[in-house]
Design a protein around this ligand. Structure first.
Ligand code: PLP
Length: 391
């Protein structure tokens, strides 16, 4: 059976060249970067090379601004907790209502423990941030603002550069979760007022369980993981050298094909959307029509069970998602789509199709042939559905 993977916002296939780069560090190059002998030095220089590759991808001023972590989730947690500790007695956090659970769940915990006051800034029907509400919430008690660069469910892009300037003017730190934006939109972080930025390797054809937190120089910082003096005292624990090397290689490759891939993704995604909107009545695209990741299509079908559609698509070999992969299994409507006030008629019928490097026109043809009849089938009353299938 033909399979089509359209879940690149959940994770991506590791690039074989990335595996190739990692292999020596799973074998003969096993040294600890902290060791002062040839084995250690080989590992140390491999980590340094990867740090520079990640630095280049995001346009940071120095490789010392890159702190390797276990991924986007740890980076998000570290950024918020560090800011709260560093800027005390400031104890307020501003986030958007559509952040990833890595940010929102932490905020819930901090609130429940009485450690912070959290402002959740609403978005409009296209997922755009309410700037006036943000400005109202910003004050001398704000420790940190955390707005994601690109939304994982809809691909909507926030204007983080201007949002960061407002935080800076209020004396607060600005963190952005750029896990979905990295390698997909150009980032020159040095030219912005962003203090901290979360990255993850597995969204850019790198290995899982490795990421980074960009920490602008001179940003006050409190580590989350305490231990040895690794990562310039900012994250204890022996570095995951093979994964770091893989992340570096993936970052370099993502940087070199960013522009061409973004144009290719947009052409494929737009054809997919046009095809679905043109053949399926009651379909709507969720997200900003223009400021959106080129690879992401979040589309909702009126009066359709999105999870049922997902299951039927899976049987046809088409892999996609009904929301964020991190909340898959939870049958509640997506908090992102709820925040966007997606009408009740469409809320349960959303699927996310996220494209990547391996997709081409034939994949789009396949989805356009398979998906519309499945929606028609799901819209038929349960009794007649059986008859239609048997016939
Ligand atoms: N932030 C966003 C926007 C994401 O999409 C994800 C993963 O889905 C994460 C954070 C978590 O990253 P990781 O899987 O590396 O912990």
């Amino acid at each position: 059976m033909r399979t089509v993977y359209l879940d690149h916002n959940a994770t991506t296939r590791i690039d074989p060249a990335v595996v190739e780069a990692m292999l020596p560090f799973l074998g003969e190059s096993f040294g600890n970067p902290s060791s002062h002998h040839a084995f250690g030095e080989a590992a140390f220089s491999a980590v340094r090379k990867a740090r520079r590759q990640v630095q280049t991808l995001i346009g940071a001023a120095s490789d010392s601004e890159i702190v390797f972590t276990s991924g986007g989730t740890e980076s998000d947690n570290t950024a918020l907790l560090s800011a709260l500790a560093a800027l005390a007695p400031r104890n307020e956090i501003i986030v958007s209502a559509v952040e990833h659970p890595a940010v929102l769940t932490l905020c819930e915990r901090l609130e429940a423990e009485g450690r912070a006051r959290v402002h959740r800034i609403p978005v409009d029907r296209c997922g755009r941030i309410d700037v006036a509400a943000y400005e109202d919430a910003l004050c001398e008690r704000t420790a940190v603002v955390s707005f994601m660069w690109a939304n994982n469910e809809t691909g909507t892009l926030f204007p983080v550069e201007t949002l960061a300037e407002k935080a800076q003017a209020a004396g607060a730190l600005f963190h952005t979760d750029a896990v979905q934006a990295t390698g997909r939109v150009p980032i020159r972080v040095e030219e912005t007022a962003i203090s901290m930025m979360s990255l993850s390797a597995h969204k850019i054809a790198g290995p899982k369980g490795i990421g980074a937190l960009y920490v602008r120089r001179k940003t006050p910082f409190h580590p989350l993981i305490l231990g040895g003096r690794q990562e310039r005292n900012r994250r204890g624990g022996t570095e995951n050298v093979p994964a770091i090397v893989g992340f570096g290689e993936a970052a370099e490759r993502a940087a070199s094909r960013l522009e061409s891939e973004a144009a290719r993704m947009k052409a494929l995604r737009d054809r997919l959307e046009r095809g679905l909107l043109g053949t399926i009545p009651g379909a709507r695209v969720n997200g900003d029509p223009t400021a959106r990741l080129a690879n992401t299509c979040n589309i909702a079908f009126e009066d359709v069970d999105g999870d049922g559609l997902l299951a039927l698509l899976a049987r046809e070999g088409i892999a996609c998602s009904s929301g964020s992969a991190c909340s898959a299994g939870a049958m509640q409507p997506s908090h992102v789509l709820q925040a966007m006030a997606v009408p009740a008629s469409h809320l349960g019928g959303a699927v996310r199709l996220s494209l990547g490097r391996d997709n081409d026109d034939s994949d789009i043809d396949h989805v356009l042939a398979v998906l519309p009849p499945l929606v028609t089938r799901l819209r038929q009353p349960a009794g007649t559905r059986k008859v239609a299938r048997a016939g």
